[in-house]
Design a protein around this ligand. Structure first.
Ligand code: NAD
Length: 490
């Protein structure tokens, strides 16, 4: 373990510290692990480089422990970055203080109404939104939405809080804050905007119009693998800093934040921390899906077949790592160039992240829900390849590996609950379509044509069909290692 950083880390700064001299400009709702490893760090760097009254008031909607832990140490905490050569500690000072909404909602509403607050950022997990993903309307039976529609002055959920805060500002003639979702929801800004406006319409149509005309909801793409803190996190923090820190958090060295630059009342210089401010986040979302998530699926299914429990173990094999690099090159070829991004560097970073011995990410976990994930990760980029492209191979291999995993799990253990083993929302359909079939061509036919799944373009493509069946045959007859070597022509 690297202990060399211990001497320059101090946790409890006195009020004369430079960062303490600045005032709060951001309210963050959902002050969990990810916020502390991501937005709090970008804001820390931005204020150190460019100043500005951008300290963060952290709001916890549920838990009180993290609020007490942060407030006991003036909002500061230790961030541990798990580098391949050992952990390193950083002191983060961007949080001003924290509020437990479950104890008292009044100080949260006061903070939201304060003209000094110009941005509200959010990480409350996907299920906390209470917004229908397709229609963008509020789910009136969602417990927090239901409560807040009935009690708009004492809200307990995300939509209720955002709207109550905006109402106070409208009534007081104060400019609206910008609302920035940092949750992993597709088109998170657009979705939240639709939900907030719909929620306001239920209460006050004029408020809904004011929000429509005055509030900006930038889209974001966020990326930094941040597990929940454990006893090991706190023990490493103590070892590295010499101080007990119950608010310590651990994460990987890599971090990415792409933000639509649409702020109605200014923002911190987050670019100083490496954030990319753009007019359109969608191409960056697509890059993440095709390169990061697509490679993850390839590693997951080939890893399951090859007997690798963790991503890092698969990546320790030279051939496997070469396969992943090849797939990233193939995926990158399906996208036009992107400002501020070199696809080769992004791919090389991903390979290093996947190989990080300090991060234990299970292939089984990534393998779940394949019918939800493969369309945007594998099918969509495969459709964007030019006809006859030699780059089709790794996409076909990933789909063949998924088919082989489904076939293997259905056939492996007839005694246990098969649907549970498949770990897929369409497990029952997969089981009944596959039956006892053992012929790779039949397995392909049975699963490729599940309703509303594989795009018609691929269903009609004989080259794709042959490429998948050839790889599935090899996987079933000779195993993952042989299929991997064939793909790499070694
Ligand atoms: P966490 O469990 O540490 O924190 C989640 C926060 O959301 C907590 O403040 C919790 O109180 C609150 N919350 C949870 N359920 C809620 C509910 N039903 N209603 C209101 N508040 C609720 O999790 P985290 O690691 O901080 O991740 C939070 C979100 O951040 C993820 O769901 C995801 O959207 C995004 N994210 C996380 C990571 C990561 O690696 N952890 C990476 C990218 C994006």
């Amino acid at each position: 373990m690297n202990t060399s950083d211990a001497s320059d880390v101090t946790l409890h700064p006195n009020p004369a510290d430079a960062a303490d001299a600045t005032k709060a400009g951001i309210v963050h709702i959902g002050i969990g692990a990810f916020h502390r490893a991501h937005q709090a760090v970008y804001t820390d760097v931005a204020m150190a480089a460019k100043g500005g009254n951008w300290r963060i008031i952290g709001v916890s909607l549920r838990s009180t422990d993290i609020v007490d832990a942060l407030n006991a140490q003036n909002g500061t905490f230790t961030l541990i970055e798990r580098h391949p050569d050992g952990p390193k500690a950083r002191k983060i000072t961007s949080i001003s203080h924290a509020i437990a909404a479950a104890r008292d909602i009044a100080p949260v509403l006061d903070a939201l109404a304060d003209p000094a607050i110009r941005i509200v950022t959010i990480t409350v997990t996907e299920k906390a939104y209470g917004i229908d993903r397709v229609s963008g309307t509020v789910q009136t039976e969602h417990p927090a939405v239901k409560h807040d529609l009935a009690n708009p002055d004492t809200p307990c959920g995300l939509l209720g809080l955002l709207v109550a805060g905006l109402k106070r500002r409208k009534d007081a003639g104060v400019r609206a804050y910008t609302v920035v979702s940092c949750d992993n929801l597709p088109s998170n800004g657009r979705l939240l905007r639709a939900g907030v406006i719909d929620f306001a319409k239920h209460l006050d149509p004029d408020l809904a119009i004011w929000i429509t005309n005055n509030v900006s909801f930038p889209e974001t793409m966020v990326d930094r693998i941040t597990p929940a803190a454990t006893a090991a996190t706190r023990s490493d923090a103590k070892h590295l800093t010499g101080l007990d820190d119950p608010a310590a958090i651990e994460t990987e060295p890599f971090s990415q934040w792409v933000i639509e630059d649409a702020f109605s009342d200014g923002r911190p210089a987050w670019e100083e921390g490496g954030a990319i401010l753009v007019a359109d986040v969608e191409p960056y979302e697509r890059m993440k899906l095709r390169m990061l998530n697509g490679s993850h699926s390839l590693i997951a299914y080939m890893g399951q077949l090859g007997g690798y429990r963790y991503v890092r173990d698969a990546m320790a094999s030279d051939a496997f790592s070469r396969l992943v690099t090849l797939h990233m090159e193939n995926a990158a070829s399906t996208m036009p160039p992107l400002a501020g991004i070199d696809f080769s560097d992004y791919g090389a970073d991903l390979v290093a992240r996947f190989a990080n011995r300090e991060i234990a990410h299970e292939t089984n976990q990534i393998a779940m829900d394949g019918t939800e994930k493969l369309p945007q990760r594998i099918f969509a980029p495969a459709c964007d390849l030019p006809p006859g492209s030699t780059r089709l191979g790794t996409f076909a291999l990933c789909f063949a590996a998924w088919l082989a995993v489904m076939h293997h799990r259905i056939n492996a253990d007839k005694t246990s609950e098969v649907a549970q083993q498949l770990n897929d929302p369409r497990a029952d359909e997969i089981i009944s379509a596959l039956g006892d079939h053992q012929d790779p061509a039949v397995i392909y036919e049975k699963l490729a044509h599940l309703p509303g799944w594989m795009p018609q373009q691929l269903q009609d493509d004989g080259v794709w069909r042959s490429a998948v069946i050839a790889r599935l045959s090899l996987l079933m007859s000779e195993g993952a290692d042989a299929a991997l070597k064939r793909e790499l022509a070694i």
